[in-house]
Each structure stands twice: as structure tokens, then as C-alpha cells.
Design a protein around this ligand. Sequence first.
Ligand SMILES: *Cc1c(COP(=O)(O)O)cnc(C)c1O
Length: 356
Amino acid sequence: MLHVTKSFLPDLKEYVKYLEKIWDSHHLTNDGPFVKELEYKLGEYLEVENFIFVSNGTIALQLAIKALGLTGNILTTPFSYCATTNVLIWEGCQPIFVDIDPNSLTVNSAQISTTTDLNSINGILTTHVYGNCGDLEKQENISNELGIPLIYDGAHAFGVKYKGRSIFNYGTVSTCSFHATKVFHTIEGGAVMTNDHKLADKIRGIRSFGHKNDDYFDIGINGKNSEFHAAMGLVNFNHFSTIKQHREVSSLLYDSLLHEPVIKYLYNPDLERNFSYYPVIFTSEKILLQVTEKLHNNQIYPRRYFYPSLNNLPTLSGIRCTNSEDISRRILCLPLSANISENDIIKISSIIMSSL
Ligand SMILES: *Cc1c(COP(=O)(O)O)cnc(C)c1O
């Protein structure tokens, strides 16, 4: 059986070494030595001044929204995982969807200025979907001109660089997810990253109930993560460049085996990619369903990331986002992982091509 991904697991002995240290120190959670080490190492690697390790990528977004004090209308993308929209609603904000650019599948910057009443907008939350991005400078300019914060959901973008700089340096604050299905994982986990020290202090405070010892300075939540999760991150991080390389070779093999009428998803040429997903686009939903059935018959389980378009979630009374709705019906993420074999990719590609 082949699923859309298979979580990387290191040699058990490598992880046990960390477990032994946890047993010795008896420090299980609450800003322990492994959490601190992971924050230091990933902060350096991702070139951000503040790297705050949290329990998952969803609470990372909630902490960012809370710390920025966002309320009211927030511009957002309809093409992402449902968490991106749900956190806004959960935090009492109103998502205002801006349709995506049909190539990058990220929020169309030009459309921001033309389609919405900008005076009523208090922030922007958008996603570096599949680790890709649109015109980040333009988005930063819009955020600066309007004087509103720009949050990037970078759940897919671990290790991605844009114009030679870590992508997490763009915007007011960025988040990442280290869930077991992501390109780099800590089993469950996530991060909030920002170069704004004041904002970072606020987030660190509310990550841990808003108090330190007897000083109750804020209303917080429990967004901490444990030594066990940090240890998994430290072990996995040692393997990240090998994992990324394998995923790159695998993606290039797909590239060489899949051709028309399969439409390949194009990345921004200014990116250094992380090969987190391998999405392909079909000419119609009917063909996508046909291909999916053939793959299922062979115990191959791709995923419809992302379907439906979030403006059509049953919990929302949606406005139309034509590009996002159209792409959502036609896009499929093929299996890709740290250990997928050449033969698997050849098999998947040939099933797809022969079913068209
Ligand atoms: C996975 C994901 C999240 C949520 O991350 P968790 O760590 O699972 O909470 C948020 N946004 C996007 C785009 C994701 O893919």
C-alpha cells in the first residue's frame, strides 16, 4: 500500500539515545533542554531571529492571530488546508477570500487591491501552498501600505528559500507545521517565527498560559511542546538534507514520466524548493476520479489536497472563487516520501498515463 506520504522514522537507536537523556534529567516538558536546542538549531537554519516551538501548526496560527490582536475581516486564501480558515473563525475573525492565481495557486496579489473594500480589512493570512509562493514583495507592500499585519501559513514551506533568503523572513509572522505527514516532522509540532522581538515575547508568554512563576501578565493558552517531540525533531533534522534530496530525485522522476494531458504544477523560479508535495492537475474532475479509481485498485492512495475550495466549506456561506474552485476539483497529490522507491514512481506514473 502506498499513501500520499509515509512519515520518516529514524533508526530507533538514534531516538533512544535522546530518551535516555530525558530519563536521566527527568525534564519532560516546559522549555526543556531539547526544546531549547531545537529552537536554536532551527532558528539558525531557517534564518529567523525568533523561532518559537509549539504543539502544532494550528495553534501556531492561533498564537500569531491572538498576539497581533486581530479581529474583524481578514483577507485569506481559499486554497489551503481547512486549518487556515478555521483558525480565523475560531479566533472570532471573518475570513474574506481572495481568489488564487491560477499558476502559483497562492493568493493573487493584484486581485487584493481590486476586489475588496480594503478599509475594512485588518490583516492578511495566506499560505505558501505546497511550499510555493506568489509575489512576496508585492504582498509585503500591500501590508505596509495598509498598515496591517501579514501572516504566512508556511506549514508546507520548511527549508524553502525565496531569492536566496529563507521564506520565513517574509511577512510580519510566519508559521510552520511539523506534523508527521509534513516534509520535516516532530510527530506533532509547529512553530511561530518572526523577526519582531516584541511580538515574539508576547507569543512566548501566551504559549505558556501567560504567566511566569507568580507573575500572571497575560491571558494565555497551552501551546507548549515536549522534550519527546523536540528530540524527534533533533534526530530528524540530522537527516533532513538526505530526505530532501531523495524527494527531489523522486519528483524529477515523476516529472520525466508524466506528460500531457497531465498538467504539471509550476513553482516560482525564484524558489529553492523543499519537494514537500507532488501535485498534478488533470483536465477535468471526471478524469481525476477515473485516475484515482485506477490507483486505488492498485492499493495506491493519493490525496485530494485541497478539496473542496475553502470558500465552499459547508460551515461557510461562500462567495465565489472561480480559480480555486476549478483547481480544487482537478488537483491531486501523488505519493512522495523520504523512502518512496523508483519502482513505485514508475508504477504510479504508468497507471496514470495508461488510464488517460
Ligand atoms: C498541516 C497544515 C496545518 C495544520 O498543522 P497541524 O500541525 O496539523 O496543526 C495548517 N495549514 C496547512 C496549510 C497545513 O497543511
